[in-house]
Design a protein around this ligand. Structure first.
Ligand code: PEP
Ligand code: MN
Length: 347
């Protein structure tokens, strides 16, 4: 990645108003620079993209009363880098905070199958202590012949489950054309592993302003993943949660290789919260509890797990789905563990 792929971040003083920020952005654009105006955790920022900033413009910026600091991150992702927000980001999904002290537990079926299945599972995961509900309405299936999800009907059922349980819902959006529809129903939009590098989708999802769950592509490097997050941040959306869900390996013994190295590493490299999906990461329900605990011990801000009241009968991903009783025991122990590891993983 060359010098021209980097951005310079101009951090403005927190009290700078919109008019003042706009005026500064306009002045830089007149100097021939490509500028994006953003806010990150309430602080206004200008990102000067690509081309190097001429020294005389830089000097002017340093003298400008609204400018607090110029940041030239040494990594290609600037806004996602920990240095742009050293205290860390807390993402809010309704009343749920992700990235704060309490670990978040997101649970629900792989796929919304029908009303009875979803409402039953939603109530069971709420009673087990989950704080958000997951469930796919549009499914990214490897085979075109597999069940593709209920589509909009699935979204309606998710909204009904939210009404019944009070749990905010996260569901996947597969395609740029569905973004508005899914955003109308969901509290958080999920970008799946297979779409992590769908840059048009990233841009469109960013523009909704909704919190985003960005899963790691199963063949994506950490840098590629953080650059995908950068698309969301550069699109003006700082409500981004990263989700490690396993990468491809040589070994078919598990469905994927859950890369828990990523957790402490991402916490060092980025201010964004990170959660772990031990269901897709292992593909085996008996590995879900231990890998949930391992994720929390590594410093994850939470987990997302697939739960079904009849795992063997699940239409999709039954082999990796746990039952609600197992979830309740995971929730209890995750809370205990998180208290124990808090001081060890603090960055
Ligand atoms: C999912 O969470 O339903 C899913 C399809 O996961 P992934 O994109 O990680 O495969
Ligand atoms: Mn699944």
């Amino acid at each position: 990645m060359g010098r021209e792929d980097r951005a310079m971040i101009v951090r403005l003083r927190p009290e700078t108003d919109e008019q003042e920020s706009e005026a500064l952005a306009a002045a830089l654009r007149r100097a021939g620079l490509d500028v994006t105006l953003l806010t990150l955790g309430g602080t206004p920022l200008l990102s000067v993209n690509g081309r190097a900033v001429p020294p005389e413009v830089e000097q002017e910026l340093l003298r400008h009363p609204a400018v607090e600091k110029l940041l030239r991150p040494d990594r290609p992702y600037c806004l996602a880098a920990r240095s742009s927000r050293p205290d860390g980001t807390v993402v809010r999904v309704g009343p749920v905070e992700i990235g704060a002290k309490q670990p978040v537990i997101i649970a629900g079926p792989c796929t919304v199958e029908n009303r009875d299945q979803l409402l039953r599972i939603a109530e069971a995961v709420r009673n087990a202590g989950a704080s958000m509900l997951r469930g796919g309405a549009f499914k990214p299936r490897t085979s075109p012949y597999s069940f593709q999800g209920l589509g909009e009907r699935g979204l309606e059922l998710l909204a009904e489950a939210r009404e019944e349980t009070g749990l905010p819902i996260v569901t996947e959006v597969l395609d740029t054309e569905q973004v508005e529809l899914v955003a109308r129903y969901a509290d958080m939009l999920q970008i799946g592993s297979r779409n992590m590098m769908n840059f048009a989708l990233l841009r469109k999802v960013a523009a909704t302003g909704k919190p985003v769950l960005l899963k790691r592509g199963f063949a994506a490097t950490i840098e590629e993943w953080l650059l995908a997050a950068e698309y969301l941040l550069a699109g003006g959306n700082d409500q981004v949660v990263l989700c490690e869900r396993g990468v491809r390996s040589f070994d078919p013994a598990t469905r994927f290789m859950l890369d828990l190295n990523a957790v402490p590493l991402v916490r060092q490299l980025s201010h964004l919260p990170i959660i772990v999906d031990p269901s897709h990461g292992t593909g085996l329900r008996e590995l879900v509890p231990p890998m949930s605990f391992a994720a929390i011990a590594a410093g994850a801000h939470g987990i997302i797990v697939e739960v079904h009241t009849s795992p063997e009968a699940a239409l999709v991903d039954g082999r990796q789905s746990i039952d609600p009783t197992t979830l309740a025991s995971i929730v209890r122990r995750v809370r205990m563990l998180r208290d124990m590891v808090e001081e060890l993983v603090a960055v």
